[in-house]
Write a protein that binds this ligand. Structure first.
Ligand SMILES: Cc1ncc(COP(=O)(O)O)c(C=O)c1O
Length: 394
């Protein structure tokens, strides 16, 4: 019989360098492949599966909603969409929201919003300052906003109006702001760039700069939002609020959904300015409302914080036991274990054969982002595998 990887090679464009196993089901933070082998899932759909796999409550909400309405047009009201909108507006302290289907789309929407605001309110300004090593998505405009040239260079002239400075370098950012600047776009912690946590005062200084210069602060919380860093939104760690925030990934617990939130000042869209067939789809909103309620009101955030502390302990133990581990970066359940050598891809590859899914986010850094509901036992297994694999490299 032809294997799935052989079938894939014939018909699917190779963009992901997948390992040769096919995942078929999951429970909690464990997934199983078609051969019956299980893995601790510390990738969780890249910080998506907030409640883990096979969550019975989430499955029931999706099934129940599917039995009544899966989709109607945004030309009409649906209650789950407005319920979710109220939950996220209340939780964030921002004023208005609209829904999309992914992180890139959320950032596209945020960029359009900021440009319209700048053109109307700052004498036609439309430039957005972003940071080196950032990641904001794969559409033509979000690759133009992404501070990793390799992601945009093969595709011809990028969307104009973006400029870049080093992340966590406030002076460089301050120097770049000029009359053309409409907004600053930042991840509160850079995810794809290597789980880079800025200095405690960085975001506060950026907030003050934006207020002083009358420009918008857009926080891309696609990866850091929805409880991933131990708060509902990562900006809460820093005592500030953005003007615009984007969400996706964990928001639907695996069901595709994204959102753009804005304060009154920045919420300048009028009917006809933007839209989406599927954005705010009733099935996705019902699922997301369940996920957000679990995170905020049903103890998931507390669990995530307890597991984050446990993760600190496990990483510290690993550092004591292995000369190859030289530190860690991250917050909550978004972590990178830093290795002495550039062996992350090999460690992750060997981890898969031992039953662990993790991510080589940098040549010397392994990213762990398990479900927010991960158990201590699942983390024990994950760290046991990492330790065993590292011993092979010592
Ligand atoms: C911070 C950030 N923004 C945007 C995106 C793009 O999201 P999506 O893949 O859903 O388009 C990602 C994805 O990794 C991300 O980490």
């Amino acid at each position: 019989m032809t294997s799935i990887p052989e079938r894939e090679a014939k018909v699917h464009m190779n963009m992901f360098r997948r390992p040769p196993m096919t995942l078929v089901k999951g429970q909690g933070a464990r997934v199983e492949d078609s051969e019956g082998k299980t893995y601790v899932d510390c990738v969780a759909g890249i910080a998506v599966d907030a409640l883990g796999h096979g969550h019975p409550g989430l499955a029931e909400v999706i099934a129940e909603q599917a039995r009544s309405l899966i989709h109607v047009s945004n030309l009409y009201y649906t209650e789950p969409q407005i319920n979710l909108a109220e939950m996220l507006v209340n939780a964030s302290g921002l004023d208005k929201i609209f829904f999309v289907n992914s992180g890139a789309e959320a950032n596209e929407g945020a960029i359009k919003l900021a440009r319209k605001w700048g053109i109307q309110n700052r004498d036609g300004a439309y430039t957005i300052l972003s940071t080196e090593n950032s990641f904001h998505g794969r559409t033509m405009t979000t690759v133009a906003a992404t501070g990793t040239p390799a992601y945009r260079e093969p595709f011809g002239p990028p969307t104009p109006g973006f400029d870049f400075v080093a992340y966590n370098d406030f002076e460089a950012l301050e120097e770049k702001v000029d009359a053309q600047t409409a907004a600053i776009l930042l991840e509160p912690i850079q995810g794809e760039g290597g789980v880079n946590v800025p200095d405690d005062s960085y975001l506060q200084k950026v907030r003050e700069l934006c207020d002083r210069e009358n420009i918008l602060l857009i926080l891309d919380e696609v990866q850091t939002g929805c409880g991933r860093t131990g708060k509902m939104f990562a900006f809460e760690h820093y005592g500030i609020k953005p003007d615009i925030m984007t969400l996706a990934k964990g928001l639907g617990g695996g069901v595709p959904i994204g959102a753009v939130l804005a304060n009154e000042k920045a919420a300048v869209f009028q009917p006809g300015d933007h839209g989406s067939t599927f954005g705010g789809n009733v099935l996705a909103c019902a699922a997301s409302a369940f996920v957000v309620d679990q995170i905020l009101n049903q103890g998931v955030l507390e669990t995530a914080n307890a597991r984050s502390e446990y993760m600190d302990k496990k990483i510290a133990e690993l550092e004591d036991r292995s000369d190859l581990v030289i530190g860690q970066r991250g917050k909550g359940l978004l972590r990178a274990i830093i290795l002495r050598d550039d062996i992350a891809a090999d460690v992750v590859g060997k981890g898969i054969s031992q039953g662990l899914l993790s991510n080589p986010v940098r040549p010397n850094a392994i990213r762990l982002m398990p479900p927010l509901t991960v158990t201590e036992e699942e983390l024990d297994d994950a760290f046991g595998i990492i330790e065993t694999v590292l011993q092979e490299f010592e």
